[in-house]
Design a protein around this ligand. Structure first.
Ligand SMILES: NC(=O)c1ccc[n+]([C@@H]2O[C@H](COP(=O)([O-])OP(=O)(O)OC[C@H]3O[C@@H](n4cnc5c(N)ncnc54)[C@H](O)[C@@H]3O)[C@@H](O)[C@H]2O)c1
Length: 259
């Protein structure tokens, strides 16, 4: 598998799954644009990749802001060319009981996770269509987008929305030879999981490690997943081998979810 000569955009690339996917794509030959709200973190990741001989540039970007996305895209195209591989990993989560969720908190999760996915995919797809280039995009949804979550209402709604945006984009962009899919991870070993487990533990009056153990006990494969478990699937969905797959949401979750 090779992405030689291709340019990729990865949002949320300062850490977690986004940074791992960026690393894998760079290792497979792509020039990578790392976009993140945390501009310093994205720059540090890009610097690390350049030090290993890869082509990488960082952009400070709030994916929920259309102007910010447009500026990041312009900067990426100027330095690396038109992106034809896109992964939307930027996301936020806040564990809070349904009865206590505030409107602003609900809307922020929708605007980063859902609107941010739409804005990134729309802007990058327009660039591909203008350049008459085929491409592949993957949105990171979640098993939380597949069903109810009593203490992750906004997050679950945003991730269900990501699957819907991906399906609409897949149908709309098929005539331009751009395939679009979603991946639904379960419980991944990242900062986001640590933060949500801290919030859950505080609500339940248990320790963070007890909260994590309860979660892991529900996973049929019996372990929390690594960022590699997810990035392998994303790389496949971006590859030539998956070019006939579009509009799908693939669970990569150790058997937590089946629909
Ligand atoms: N951790 C899990 O268990 C899990 C499970 C399923 C899905 N996901 C999803 O996978 C994706 C990556 O999650 P992660 O676990 O690596 O999280 P993470 O918190 O480690 O990383 C998320 C990154 O997104 C960036 N970000 C946040 N808001 C942004 C914004 N407005 N604009 C641009 N960047 C922004 C953050 O700065 C951070 O670098 C997210 O969409 C998350 O919802 C995570």
């Amino acid at each position: 598998m090779s992405f030689d000569g291709r340019t990729a955009v990865i949002t949320g690339a300062a850490q977690g799954m986004g940074s791992r996917v960026a690393e894998r794509l760079a290792e497979l030959g792509a020039a990578v644009g790392l976009w993140d709200f945390n501009g310093a973190g994205a720059s540090a990741q890009a610097e690390k990749l350049r030090a290993s001989g890869h082509q990488a540039v960082a952009a400070s970007c709030d994916v929920s802001d259309q102007g910010s996305v447009a500026a990041a895209l312009r900067a990426t195209i100027d330095r690396l060319g038109t992106p034809t591989l896109v992964v939307t990993a930027a996301g936020i989560a806040r564990a809070r009981p349904f009865l206590d969720v505030e409107a602003a908190e609900f809307e922020r999760q929708l605007s980063v996770n859902l609107t941010g996915t739409f804005l990134t995919m729309q802007a990058c797809a327009n660039a591909m269509v203008d350049a008459k280039l085929p491409g592949s995009m993957v949105g990171i949804s979640s098993v939380a987008g597949r069903g109810p979550r009593a203490d992750l209402t906004a997050y679950a709604a945003s991730k269900a929305g990501v699957i819907s945006v991906v399906r609409s984009a897949a149908v709309a962009l098929a005539e331009h030879a751009i395939n679009v899919n979603a991946v639904c991870p379960g419980v991944v070993d990242t900062e986001m999981t640590r933060r949500t487990q801290q919030q859950r533990a505080a609500e339940l009056g248990i320790t963070e490690s007890e909260a994590l153990q309860r979660l892991a006990a529900r996973i049929p494969l019996g372990r929390i997943q690594t960022t590699d478990d997810v990035s392998d699937v994303i790389i496949f969905l971006l590859s030539r081998q998956a070019s006939y797959v579009t509009g799908q949401a693939l669970n990569a979750c150790g058997g937590l979810e089946f629909d």
